[in-house]
Design a protein around this ligand. Structure first.
Ligand code: X1X
Length: 326
């Protein structure tokens, strides 16, 4: 007999399927991308690692290509404990449930790759994870990411003057819009699934993203100019619904936690290494024109007061100081 967990949506979209007779468990994951994207490969690695570490039967059902929606949908599913059990997602897409979590992927947080890796290998982000667990019942089981986010536009942008008034899409967390407003751009929060069409129809002139996703979803077709603002190195938690986790046998919980950490390290190495390669591939294929940005130091000056005010409003000034000091 198959038992479908969860609330209303569960009848149609069961997440963890437990066959009482066979004690067989299926964990469902979701990716907005195809099998070539680092997120998908990291979730596949996570599945393999869990199966290696756990003695019992556990199956994985990974849905690709946005079949189950985009991250803004995934966060609701995870919070409600329906449709999916785990995924990888941007903290800034979880802001509705946990206002502090976007601090970990706000633009200009990290000086460089070494700083980013030091933060992600430490437990400094634990207070933010705790808020996500308490308010959304979503657990961070590892950290991947490592893509560098740049501005992508349907026209060339070289400097601050040309960034002024740039109609761009940003992720849903208010801090994202605040930062790009401070840079004098004109940001608006638009669903990721609408970005391609919004650029094509002229509603916006571009957005900001990392190479892996620009290539995977072919955003260069509508926005072929990439300006190297290098404003963020991505932090992408591997997350699991608390409702799923609590239903797992203890040895499987242990396997999930270990596998999450290891898959995260795998994904960070993979996406960081592939980031420059993918940019080069798109440039070589003449899909993208890559432009230097002339005023990057000025960007930093404009942004720091916004970061400080945001951290202050969350009561997280000490945390921000700790991150900056690493
Ligand atoms: O901008 C977004 O919403 C997305 O950009 C990339 O595809 C990824 O970083 C993804 O996590 C999401 O944030």
């Amino acid at each position: 007999k198959t038992i479908l967990r969860g609330a209303t949506l569960a009848a149609a979209f069961a997440a963890t399927l437990t066959s009482a007779a066979a004690q067989e468990i299926t964990l469902r994951g979701a990716s907005m991308f195809d099998e070539n994207h680092a997120f998908t490969k990291t979730m596949e690695r996570f599945s393999e690692l869990v199966q290696e570490k756990y003695d019992g039967d556990v199956n994985f059902d990974l849905r690709l290509n946005g079949e189950l929606g985009v991250e803004a949908d995934y966060v609701t599913f995870l919070q409600q404990g329906v449709a999916i059990d785990f995924t990888i997602m941007a903290p800034s897409n979880m802001a509705t449930f946990a206002p502090s979590i976007p601090l970990m992927d706000m633009p200009f947080l990290f000086r460089d790759q070494a700083h980013w890796e030091a933060v992600l290998s430490s437990d400094v982000l634990q207070p933010l994870e705790q808020e996500l667990a308490d308010k959304a019942d979503i657990m961070v089981i590892g950290y991947t990411g490592g893509g560098v986010r740049n501005v992508l536009a349907n026209h060339p942008i070289h400097n601050l003057n040309e960034l002024a008034g740039f109609k761009m899409r940003v992720m849903g967390a208010p801090i994202q819009a605040q930062i790009f407003s401070a840079l004098t751009a004109a940001p608006s929060a638009i669903s990721y699934s609408e970005v391609y069409n919004a650029i094509q129809t002229g509603v916006i002139s571009g957005f900001e993203n990392e190479a892996a996703s620009i290539q995977n979803l072919k955003f260069y077709e509508v926005a072929p100019y990439l300006t190297l603002t290098r404003h963020a190195i991505t932090v992408r938690p591997i997350v699991m619904s608390g409702k799923t986790f609590r239903n797992l046998p203890a040895p499987l919980q242990a396997a999930v936690l270990e596998a999450g950490k290891e898959a995260g390290a795998y994904g960070r190495e993979l996406e960081s290494r592939e980031d420059a390669e993918k940019l080069q591939e798109m440039a070589d294929a003449k899909q993208l024109t890559v432009l230097e940005f002339e005023d990057r130091d000025k960007l930093l000056e404009l942004v720091v007061p916004v970061q400080d005010a945001y951290a202050d409003s969350l009561g997280a000034s000490d945390l921000l100081t700790s991150i900056r000091g690493m």
